[in-house]
Design a protein around this ligand. Structure first.
Ligand SMILES: Nc1ncnc2c1ncn2[C@@H]1O[C@H](COP(=O)(O)OP(=O)(O)O)[C@@H](O)[C@H]1O
Ligand SMILES: [Mg+2]
Length: 554
């Protein structure tokens, strides 16, 4: 499913988290020392609260050992948020033609390190495409998972934004996952973000592409297609006109896209990898143990993803010498090397951080890999735990974010798992949990998703048709919030349908399709509806009900 990037992590949230990690404090420790509640700190870091009061910032400054310029920056950022959202409502975007300007870029990585050469090469690549005056201007950024393609594409897109005043789109293609996004779904999202009403969006891929092309023909738009599976997925999405540019990231070079500019991203150069450790834990610590830092980055395969996880572990333990982590990593790397072959150094880095988690946090990490879709909410993650548990799932997820095992997603209040970490978490599930337990958790999650989706669908039935009136749930209580839930969680509930079908749990699918039959007029994409109703028809046949089947065929 397409992931609509709406809200974003706030600047103040990014800064606060950075300062807290630098101070080596957990949210609880900071709360105890500052008198600001854990909830308030968590909300600020996640961007839920974006404009804290002056005195809140002042209370945090001492325990975080902030310099005066850092305090001033926090105050400034809080003031900016207040000015931008006087009533807490999103700012209305400037309008061009008849549609809003699309500004979908996720926030830039504030501590992106190195890559100066690559940024320059990328800039030249874009220039060549632009001055070449081609109609299909495309640049492909390729490289192995975890090398920093997405981060670099986002940086480049922010840098280039001024050249594309009609908007910047960021679309997740999920090429590495089992459920890559269909081209039709992506184009549907492009049209929605251009302000096209859902009832005017065509169904056929060809028509979708045609409409996108004509709408974008005159505009200067930057389109980032993140994580493309192959050329076949990208080709129908090249809809930008002569003033637009498409920046694609992929683990493949996509040689079949003729005329595209290309840049391959490798792991970091040694000195840049060491610099990244310094950015995260402070250069003093790196300089104090220079030789050890050299070994640390090599143990991480100079892969930015692994370095970030290892260095965050050091950042939250200011008293640890680097050598302590390195000797742990050496031992683990040797042990894993004896067991398997492949990307072992990287695995050892993940494994070491994973082993330091509390059992409950480790369970959350393993189990969030069971949530289908590209990102997830706190509420969905909560379903994976035993309902009687008192633990606050927000805080557990924040612990995982602190360890860089889970990332904050661009959409506010949502989280995401990097593909490599998702594979790692799935392996852990197989290794650490009983297969029966995993099946039960997955089933429980799927049933909950179906229950919510079915309840949400009922909000769209016409009054005359209300055999089962809609009821409020903990996730939504009216048609608008039900629609938002269905859109944000489409990847999750459509994934649940596939798993239910594979398990032969057809009743729930038929019930969902029944409840949903009016919703397509309000949301979702043609591909999604085809999948839901086609599956529901098969399910009805398998349930052996002629009546159900007849209803589905209509
Ligand atoms: N140059 C860099 N400096 C700092 N962190 C980086 C850099 N490149 C990547 N990262 C970090 O590494 C992780 C993986 O990066 P990402 O861009 O998602 O990789 P990819 O898209 O190639 O899989 C992210 O946590 C990101 O913050
Ligand atoms: Mg990526």
């Amino acid at each position: 499913m397409v992931d609509a990037t709406v809200g974003s992590v706030s600047e103040i949230g990014v800064l606060l988290r950075k300062y807290r990690v630098r101070a080596g404090l957990t949210q609880e420790e900071l709360a105890n020392r500052s008198g600001v509640s854990v909830r308030a700190i968590s909300d600020m870091e996640r961007g839920v609260a974006r404009s804290p009061q002056r005195r809140t910032i002042d209370s945090l400054a001492g325990p975080l050992s902030l310099r005066s310029d850092e305090i001033a920056q926090l105050h400034k950022s809080a003031r900016r948020s207040r000015a931008a959202t006087p009533s807490g409502e999103p700012v209305t975007p400037r309008r061009i033609f008849d549609s809003p300007v699309v500004a979908q870029l996720p926030p830039d990585l504030h501590d992106l390190t190195g890559r100066e050469q690559e940024i320059e090469q990328l800039r030249r690549c874009v220039e060549t495409q632009v001055t070449g005056n081609r109609t299909g201007r495309v640049v492909v950024l390729s490289g192995a998972p975890g090398t920093g393609k997405t981060s670099l594409a986002i940086r480049a897109a922010h840098d280039l934004a001024d050249h594309f005043p009609d908007g910047q789109m960021f679309l997740k293609l999920r090429g590495m996952s089992e459920e890559a996004t269909s081209a039709a779904d992506v184009l549907h999202l492009v049209l929605r973000s251009l302000g096209i009403d859902i009832s005017s969006i065509p169904v056929e891929l060809e028509h979708l592409a045609g409409l996108c092309r004509s709408l974008l023909a005159e505009r200067a738009v930057l389109i980032v297609l993140d994580d493309a599976a192959d050329e076949g997925q990208v080709r129908p999405l090249l809809v930008g006109g002569p003033r637009s540019l498409t920046l694609v990231t992929s683990r493949h070079v996509l040689a079949g896209l003729e005329g595209a500019g290309r840049l391959s991203l490798d792991v970091l150069a040694h000195h840049q990898a060491v610099a990244l450790v310094g950015t995260i834990i402070g250069t003093d610590r790196v300089e104090a143990e220079a030789g050890v830092a050299d070994e640390l980055v090599e143990l991480c395969g100079r892969l930015p993803l692994a370095i970030r996880i290892a260095a965050n572990r050091l950042a939250s333990r200011p008293a640890w010498p680097l050598s302590h982590l390195v000797s742990q990593l050496r031992g683990r790397s040797k042990r894993l090397r004896a067991l398997t072959a492949g990307d072992l150094d990287i695995r050892s880095v993940f494994d070491l951080s994973y082993r330091q988690l509390r059992p409950i946090t480790a369970a959350v990490f393993r189990r969030v890999a069971l949530i289908p879709g590209s990102d997830f909410s706190v509420t969905t993650a909560r379903v994976l735990l035993d309902a009687r548990r008192e633990d606050d799932i927000d805080l557990l997820l924040d612990e995982l974010v602190d360890a860089s095992l889970v990332q904050l997603a661009p959409a506010q209040g949502r989280y995401q798992l990097h593909d490599l970490l998702c594979e790692f978490a799935k392996d852990l599930l197989a290794e650490k949990e009983e297969p029966e337990t995993v099946r039960e958790v997955e089933k429980h999650l799927d049933h909950w998703l179906m229950e919510m989706a079915t309840a949400a669908g009922r909000f769209f039935q016409p009054c005359a048709d209300m055999e089962t009136p809609p009821v409020a749930t903990s996730c939504f209580d009216d048609a608008l919030s039900a629609r938002k839930w269905l859109e944000a969680e489409a990847g999750a509930w459509s994934g649940a349908i596939r798993r239910l079908a594979a398990r032969g749990d057809h009743r729930r699918i038929v019930d969902l399709a029944d409840a949903m039959c009016w919703y397509p007029e309000f949301g979702g994409t043609a591909d999604l509806w085809y999948e839901v109703f086609d599956q529901a028809m098969h399910s009805a046949i398998l349930l052996g009900s002629k009546k159900e089947e007849a209803a589905r065929r209509n």
